[in-house]
Design a protein around this ligand. Structure first.
Ligand code: MG
Length: 253
């Protein structure tokens, strides 16, 4: 009898699906400078799509004339984005020669593959400006046929932006980035995931299990060494965001 139980247990384990770790490229697919990609450039997004990543993360800001642009920092080549018009930003160039992409241009490329668009709503100078940015992102995603939980998810350091998305787009991935709010509070506020720096998980390893018990997804940024990678894989996080193509290959194995 014991042998029979063991046999069926082993059979069940063999049949259980292996949980695939999802890999997300950070800021398009940067730190691939040898190939000439700049962070948050259309070229870097295209590279992430062609490399077959599950997702590609990118950052958005709002110009003074309400154009949504894709950039990590609140300035480009010393020109502040929030107080400049889009036209004024055209004088600057990314390291690979592109002008700063508008969200519209970026989504045009994004719509060309199944790669998940992981859209980071950057906090603006005021909460109202951050929510205005969020609303404009939603309009543009809809215009490109990307307002679909299978095609886009949202992340933000702005708790207000996360709460707005929870209220208006409840079926969409929506993850808070700050690394200081416990899973139970995130869940109580209707936000459905956490995307914390791996150091936060190092300090609070129990948060992964607690988040999963509440149905939250757990993502981690930015994982750039084999040691961090192994630690987080063992913790069972859902998505790992990385700058390192070699680690991405390891992850998918
Ligand atoms: Mg980002």
């Amino acid at each position: 009898m014991k042998k029979l139980v063991l046999f069926f247990t082993l059979l069940a384990l063999a049949a259980a699906p292996v949980k695939a770790q999802k890999v997300c490229a950070h800021r398009g697919y940067w730190q691939c400078q040898e190939a000439g990609y700049a962070q948050n450039s259309i070229a870097s997004l295209k590279a992430a799509q062609e490399a077959g990543f599950w997702g590609s993360e990118f950052d958005v800001h709002l110009t003074a004339d309400s154009v949504v642009v894709v950039n990590h920092d609140p300035s480009i080549a010393g020109i502040p984005i929030h107080t400049s018009t889009y036209r004024q930003l055209l004088g600057a160039r990314l390291p690979n020669g592109e002008t700063i992409p508008t969200l519209n241009e970026y989504l045009h490329q994004g719509a060309k593959s199944a790669c998940m668009m992981v859209l980071e709503v950057k906090p603006q100078d005021t909460v109202e400006a951050t929510l205005e940015l969020t609303r404009r992102c939603v309009w543009q995603l809809r215009a490109h046929g990307l307002l679909d939980p299978e095609r886009v998810m949202f992340i933000s350091f702005s708790y207000d932006a996360c709460k707005w998305i929870a209220a208006n787009l409840p079926g969409f991935g929506n993850q808070y980035l700050e690394g200081v709010v416990e899973p139970e509070q995130i869940h109580a506020d209707g936000i459905n995931g956490i995307d914390y720096n791996w150091v936060a998980f190092h300090k609070h390893a129990d948060w992964v299990e607690r988040a999963h018990a509440l149905g939250l997804t757990v993502n981690v940024w930015t994982v750039d060494s084999p040691e961090e990678m192994k630690y987080l894989k063992d913790l069972g996080v859902d998505v790992i965001t990385t700058n390192r193509p070699d680690l991405a290959v390891e992850l998918s194995n």
